[in-house]
Design a protein around this ligand. Sequence first.
Ligand code: FES
Length: 136
Amino acid sequence: MPDPTRRTVVCGLLAGLVAPVSLAACSSEKPAGGSSGSGGTPLAKLADVPVGSGAIVDGPSGKVLIVRPSENEVKGLDPVCPHAGVTVSKPAGGTITCPGHGSVFDAATGDRKKGPATTGLTPIPVKISGDSVVTA
Ligand code: FES
């Protein structure tokens, strides 16, 4: 009965060696598909997010409002108004306005400036990676 035991040991060793390699290969696929290998899901080209305004794009878990207060600064916000769920407008003049009932939010931070919403827009982590905005 030494053969089955030896075979079992060899198979166990192979499984132990192959599984980590497979996992490593899977985890290295995503960064290779990114713009600069620093991770994150690409959301938009930076050039498509105007300074002083923003863009509403599709993210991995729903829409993302990317605001760009300055050349090298972006912030992600949930564009769904916390008052009653209407999608807010893109930033203009330093504010984000909800067309639903007129709530106003700070364009750089998403903080509430005027109700009826009682809270600000929910942050969504994003960052600049090369010429793109990606999830952080
Ligand atoms: S849904 Fe935005 S103010 Fe009411």
